[in-house]
Design a protein around this ligand. Structure first.
Ligand SMILES: [Zn+2]
Length: 325
């Protein structure tokens, strides 16, 4: 295992050492068990892929799901990111958690598991897409109340295009290379992506919009926050022109002059989110625009599950509920 100087610094040489000495060993089996149970539970409520009747059955001692009506049978991982994976369900879950919930880079995570970088990278991306499909259903089912104003803000640091070409794969392993603090994407030089976030209570919705803060479209992130926390409630933002042109009734705060307005209006929750997401984004040395969008959305949803106190079960159910898609 070749480790560059920068990478060792980023990883922590000591952690690298204890992993190589097998002092830290992952035991994904307990997670395999939970994933299997939750996926089977989801299938029992889903329509049969063959006859569309809700008549699917499972047994504890078999990975098979079968239809009581038409006798059709298949494995419980069907339609989930755990199907056709080089990783076991528990391993994929571990990889996803280390990716979404720590500052370790994908390359650093890949070193902790046997499969090569490509396997881990591809399966993370597929897992991420599945997680985002399942999140709205899981969020709807979690018992909680989302109240108060919706704070909307854009990130101060812009993401810049990566010279109009795909970033070199090799660069992913060099934690110290590139331009720190910026996550690059495959756009023309000078193109800008702006991250926009809506925070309401424990809900975090993050999106990446093309352009700078002054002409970006804030509609999508506001609508999504509204869908996930009906009704939307009051919107608190700063006084950028784009916000003032919104159809939504909202109050504003000028945070250049004051962090909290006389009326108690602020965007502190989003400021706090940026302070967490910006160092997290440094793990990527290059991202496509859809890749960056997917990553920041994942970060927001994972943060929401953490804040609502349903981290692991919420995460597993996001994957399992893909059986309905
Ligand atoms: Zn059937």
């Amino acid at each position: 295992m070749l480790v560059g100087m920068f990478q060792q610094t980023a990883f922590g040489g000591m952690l690298q050492d204890v992993v190589e000495r097998q002092a830290i060993v992952f035991r994904p089996e307990p997670l395999d068990t939970i994933v299997e149970r939750r996926c089977k539970h989801a299938w029992e409520q889903a329509p049969c892929p063959e006859c569309c009747e809700t008549a699917l059955q499972t047994r504890d001692d078999s990975p098979r799901v079968w239809c009581h009506n038409c006798r059709y049978g298949f494995t419980y991982t069907r339609n989930t990111p755990f199907a056709n994976s080089g990783l076991t369900p528990g391993e994929l879950l571990l990889v996803f958690i280390l990716y979404a919930d720590t500052l370790l880079s994908i390359n650093q995570i890949a070193q902790l598991f046997d499969p090569c970088y490509d396997t881990v990278h591809t399966q993370l991306r597929e897992g991420e897409a599945a997680f985002e499909r399942g999140f709205p259903l899981v969020w709807e089912r979690i018992q909680h109340t989302v109240e108060g104003p919706t704070q909307i803000d854009e990130t101060g640091s812009k993401c810049s295009g990566y010279k109009g070409q795909s970033p070199p794969r090799d660069g992913l392993s060099r934690g110290g290379s590139g331009d720190p603090g910026r996550s690059r994407w495959e756009g023309a030089p000078g193109d800008k992506l702006t991250l926009v976030a809506a925070c309401r209570d424990v809900l975090r919705v993050v999106s990446a919009e093309e352009g700078s803060a002054y002409d970006e479209n804030l509609g999508p992130v506001i609508e999504e926050a509204g869908d996930l926390s009906q009704p939307l409630g009051e919107i608190w933002t700063d006084e950028l022109p784009a916000y003032q042109q919104m159809d939504y009734e909202h109050r504003t705060v000028v945070h250049d002059d004051e962090y909290v307005s006389d009326e108690g209006i602020h965007t502190n929750q989003v400021e706090c989110l940026w302070s967490l997401i910006e160092p997290w984004l440094e793990k990527f040395r290059g991202l496509s625009k859809p890749g960056l969008e997917q990553s920041v959305r994942t970060y927001g949803f994972v943060r929401s599950l953490n804040l609502v106190g349903a981290p692991l079960h919420g995460l597993i159910d996001c994957f399992a509920l893909n059986v309905f898609h």
